[in-house]
Design a protein around this ligand. Structure first.
Ligand code: SF4
Ligand code: SF4
Length: 128
C-alpha cells in the first residue's frame, strides 16, 4: 500500500498521534523493544493503547529506544508521543537506576561514566 502524504503542522510536527492509530500492528515487526521481549505492552501498538486509554506510563516505556522505526514503518504516519511518556515518568520521579547514576555522574564529573583518570578503562556504561 502506498504511503499517504505526511501531514504536518506549520511547525513541522506530526498531526497524527495515538488517536489515529488503527491498531493494525504492522509496526511491531520493526520495533526493537517488542522484538526482544515479544511483549505486546512493549510494542508500539501496545503503547498506543496505553496512551489512548490515558493510563499512566509505567517503567516499560523506558524499554522504548525512541528509535522512530514505528513512525517510519506506519503506513499512515502515526507518531506516538513516546518522549512525552518518558517526561511524565521523570516528573513523577520514576527513573531507572542506570539513568539516576548517569545523571549523578554528569553532575559530579561532567561525563556519564563517573571519575575517569587518564589511562583508565571504562567498566560500566550507563544509559537511560
Ligand atoms: S502505529 Fe501505525 S502501524 Fe503501528 S499499530 Fe498504529 S496504525 Fe498500525
Ligand atoms: S520508537 Fe519505541 S515503540 Fe517505536 S519502534 Fe522504536 S522502540 Fe519501538
Amino acid at each position: 500500500m502506498a504511503k499517504a502524504e505526511k501531514q504536518e503542522t506549520a511547525k513541522g510536527e506530526s498531526v497524527k498521534d495515538e488517536k489515529n492509530c488503527v491498531l493494525c500492528g504492522m509496526c511491531k515487526t520493526v520495533c526493537p523493544s517488542f522484538q526482544s521481549t515479544k511483549d505486546e505492552k512493549r510494542s508500539p501498538r501496545g503503547r498506543s493503547q496505553i496512551i489512548k486509554k490515558e493510563k499512566e506510563p509505567d517503567m516499560s516505556f523506558y524499554d522504548c529506544t525512541l528509535c522512530g522505526a514505528c513512525t517510519a514503518s506506519c503506513y499512515i504516519d502515526v507518531e506516538l508521543p513516546l518522549r512525552q511518556q518518558r517526561e511524565k515518568l521523570v516528573k513523577a520521579g520514576k527513573e531507572t537506576e542506570a539513568n539516576k547514576k548517569m545523571i549523578e555522574n554528569i553532575r559530579k564529573h561532567g561525563n556519564p561514566f563517573g571519575e575517569v583518570k587518564k589511562g583508565d578503562k571504562i567498566d560500566e556504561l550507563y544509559c537511560c
